[in-house]
Ligand binder design. Structure first.
Ligand SMILES: [Zn+2]
Ligand SMILES: [Zn+2]
Length: 251
């Protein structure tokens, strides 16, 4: 499995860190996790394209995570797109209704290939991939989900936006790679989000092999502060996500 970070930032416009989105490659299949503003162009920059995606997994519908979703659905209907394989769009509970009410009226779903929208179950199989979803405490206005992808004995977890949750440690257990949201430094914690120290504690409890912090709000000071605060809690392999960073997890 291979992950390429498309956006390591938030909703704050930044030339360095785009809005949340990740490309996930499994065998010859390609998926998106979240689709923040700028995702379509980032895909082109890494040599991928929305044209070839097999599906997308939306963690929640905050604008920074779905900014390019409506444009992507729109682009899938434009002339010149030749594809026959299905595209499956998953989101948290209520997502299908959200799609039908908010997105479909301004970006009619494509009809030239199967386009499916589903609320993610807690566990399912797709194209040889086992996918698990886990509720995260983030917003009291709508549901949010973390996703875990398992393939050939390896596991990658994307937290989406979340606050501390004991259950999340269980969901992360033994992951080869975890991308955890790390919105602010420990002293600036805001409700509904994690900090480097909390990410480190979760990863340590779950014995995660490799931890990649992501979803950074701009801070006063060097980004290495995120590493320092996380390192105090977690002794495994640790890094900060950067846009277009690529991580491969061998089978
Ligand atoms: Zn966010
Ligand atoms: Zn959010």
């Amino acid at each position: 499995m291979k992950v390429i970070v498309l956006g390591s930032g938030t909703g704050v416009p930044s030339l360095r860190r785009g809005s949340p989105a990740y490309w996930l490659g499994v065998d010859d299949r390609q998926y998106l996790i979240d689709c923040g503003s700028g995702t379509l162009l980032q895909l082109e920059r890494i040599g991928a394209s929305f044209r070839d995606l097999d599906g997308a997994f939306i963690t929640h519908v905050h604008a920074d995570h779905i900014g390019d979703l409506t444009p992507m659905v729109h682009a899938m209907r434009l002339p010149g797109l030749t594809r026959e394989k299905p595209f499956t769009l998953h989101g948290p509970p209520g997502f299908t209704d959200f799609f039908n009410r908010i997105i479909a009226p301004v970006a009619a779903p494509p009809t030239r290939f199967p386009f499916l929208v589903q609320d993610a179950p807690l566990a399912w199989n797709m194209n040889g991939l086992t996918i698990l979803s886990h509720p995260t405490p983030h917003s009291d206005r709508f549901a949010s989900r973390a996703y875990r992808f398992e393939h050939q004995g390896r596991a990658i977890v994307f937290s989406g936006d979340t606050d501390w949750d004991d259950g999340l440690a269980g969901f992360l257990t033994g992951a080869d790679l975890a991308l955890l949201e790390c919105s602010t430094l420990d002293d600036d914690k805001v409700e509904g989000h994690l900090t480097p120290g909390l990410c480190g504690r979760l990863a340590a409890m779950a014995r995660v092999r490799r931890l990649l912090l992501t979803h950074f709000y701009p801070i006063d000071g060097p980004d290495s502060l995120f590493l320092d605060q996380c390192r105090a809690q977690f002794s495994g392999e640790l890094g900060l996500a950067e846009d277009r960073l690529s991580v491969e997890i061998a089978p």
